[in-house]
Design a protein. Sequence first.
Lengths: 263, 269
Amino acid sequence: MCPNVRLRMIKFQPLLRQYWPTVALFAFLLASWQLAVSAGGIREYLLPSPLAVWNALWHGDTAWTQHIWVTTLEIIGAFFLAAGVGVALGVAIAWSPLIANALVPFLVFVNTLPKVAIAPLFLIWMGYGIFPNMLMGALIGFFPVVINTAVGLSQVEADMLDLGRVFNAPKWKIFAKIRIPNALPYILSALKITATAAVVGAIVGEFVASQKGLGYVIVTTQSSMNTSVAFAALIWISVVGLVLYGLVVLAAQLWAPWAEGID
Amino acid sequence: MIVVNKELIGLDRVGMTYEAASGPVEALAGISLSVGAGEFVSLVGPSGCGKSTLLRIVAGLRPAAVGTVTVAGRAVREPIPDIGMVFQAPILLKWRSILQNVLLPAELAGQDAGALQGRAQQLLDMAGLSGFGDKLPRELSGGMQQRAALCRALLLDPPLLLMDEPFGALDAMTRDDMALELLRIWGERDLAREARKTVLFVTHSIPEAIFLSDRVVIMSPRPGRIAADLKVDLPRPRTVELRASETFGRLSLEIFRALTGRSGAGTSA
């Protein structure tokens, strides 16, 4: 028992030393918040107490599982849609100058559009459902993937390409063996941005048109003044977002361990 | 099969011009050079004299503006497969193991990489990289990476080796070691002259050029022309002691003079 305890101490002490300020600040803010609400007489519908939010997270009338599931599905769908379309467009741009000249100005134009403003159009075109919200997330998140894929594919040493030319390697082989692995760290770095953007897109989509999902929950609390539920939904959104972001970071370390510190 | 002194590389009045923002720039002019099979020839010249360009013209990677280039009797108009190239940077693929990097030419050339695994391992052993085949490039020192790059260049057993300042990025000590290593791998001790590879070696270093080569070709500043072509009369296998010999010193001075365009006694800078 004694060695076990020691082992834990050794593991936790550096962590504790590094993160105690974070924990302390967090605890202080929570305590001030609770105090402000309970002693300061702030009304519950303006700012619910941390305890009320905690209760709303686990109890209450909201069917959290269902809403979390829908939003997660939308985010994952948006992420893979953005990743797939983004990588495909990036490869196309790097493959042929003709395609690049045709696509890039158009993509830049699409990127300058405030995507949120398109959401009502999606409602007209596609109605309610998971798919339009996925599409919104993908639309917000795909652009960095296109750019980073195209850049990563072109960031190959000229000498390396000469090596390929010496052996008369066909273009697809240069892409498969040299350019695409070379672009992988760039792509994975863009996907971290996409993971965050997909969350934004899904929630925005739900704001505009939905009957399920965490964004929908937040909108409904507006009319019911059920602020603690809105806070709880925010927390669930950030939990889902963090988990997905973490998975992307993990995938990056798994698939491109040679590319530390590229971003 | 190969007759001694049979010409492997032939350059006839090769010139190269490229377009710059300020107009056309003449990089090379009137380069005529013949390199025999099994010969080790160094190209020495100031920065920007077109040495590297010349190497790429021989490889068929850049077209010559004027003149003709032949390798093994065939005119070079596009990249030719029977060469191995080593550059200043090792340019190993960082996601591949050293062994997989050495096997890359086979994959690029559409050959069976699996069948060449034994040869790749043999090359690594010869280059002193036994046991490093599974490592990633970043786990090796600069000198070891460059040795791996040499193994990669030798994988398909090309008759011609083109080396573009391969030791230029290494520290002085490693550099001298690598020169000896290169001669050993080249087969200076155990191969007959005609069985050795022909090497065209670009360098900035006069001592390195003399130590390695049968001939040193000195190029003038832009447009690059051949300023001198000196035979290195030193016995093979080369030893470190030769660096202190009278011939070595005389050649150094001759090359220095040809490079700087100075003649006579007043050579001290």
